[in-house]
Design a protein around this ligand. Structure first.
Ligand code: VGL
Ligand code: ZN
Length: 199
């Protein structure tokens, strides 16, 4: 299946039950994702990878609580509990995830002052991760996405992929969402409007 890449978003302990920013049922999708991994020739994994004290953490904003919003120089930003801190167990990819077939593990969110939901562009919407260039150089024109969380990192990655002309599919059975203030419905609508195929 040349020309098509599976991008598995943030299958890390902190997004699974028991983790710092647990997504309900986050670990249930691992067997489904492992089947997708064995079916794809090109497999890319992403890893949310924040320095301690990252600007997206509520703990870095005195008086603010997780899930509140703040205004960053690049626009509104949701604040999160401390999660996926570089080098911690919570930042590790889940051991049950089949990594043998992965050709690239992409870290994102490592700039202290900028969060990064998308695997392609950070939340300032201008700082690239390099993934567009990687995929193009590998001759990939089709992107299939799964992982955590549907309404944040998966959705923003899908919007960027579609916006860069990749034929983009999200496998909803292989995703779980956070659903903050209706974000699940809102992001599903945005993905559909952008031409992302939801299956
Ligand atoms: C994510 C919030 C903060 C995600 C990452 O993987 O969806 N969400 N960091
Ligand atoms: Zn994060």
């Amino acid at each position: 299946m040349a020309g098509k890449a599976l991008v598995v978003i943030d299958m890390q302990y902190d997004f699974c039950p028991g983790g710092a920013l647990a997504v309900a049922g986050g670990d249930e999708i691992i067997p489904v994702i492992n089947r997708l991994i064995s079916d794809h020739e090109h497999v890319i994994l992403t890893q949310d990878w924040h320095p301690a004290g990252h600007s997206s953490f509520a703990s870095s904003h005195p008086g603010k609580a997780p899930f509140e919003m703040v205004e960053m120089p690049y626009g509104p930003q949701t604040l999160w509990p401390d999660h996926c801190v570089q080098g911690t167990r919570g930042a590790e990819l889940h051991d049950a995830l089949d990594r043998t077939n992965a050709e690239l593990v992409l870290h994102k969110g490592f700039h202290h002052e900028i969060d990064s939901y998308s695997a392609f562009y950070e939340n300032d919407r201008t700082t690239p991760t390099g993934l567009v260039g990687y995929l193009r150089e590998c001759g990939i024109s089709e992107v299939v996405l799964c992982g955590l969380a549907t309404d944040f990192c998966v959705a923003y990655s899908a919007l960027d992929a579609a916006g860069h002309g990749f034929a983009t599919t999200v496998i909803l059975d292989a995703c779980r969402g956070i659903d903050l203030n209706g974000s699940m419905a809102a992001m599903n609508e945005q993905m559909k409007a952008a031409g992302v195929t939801l299956v």
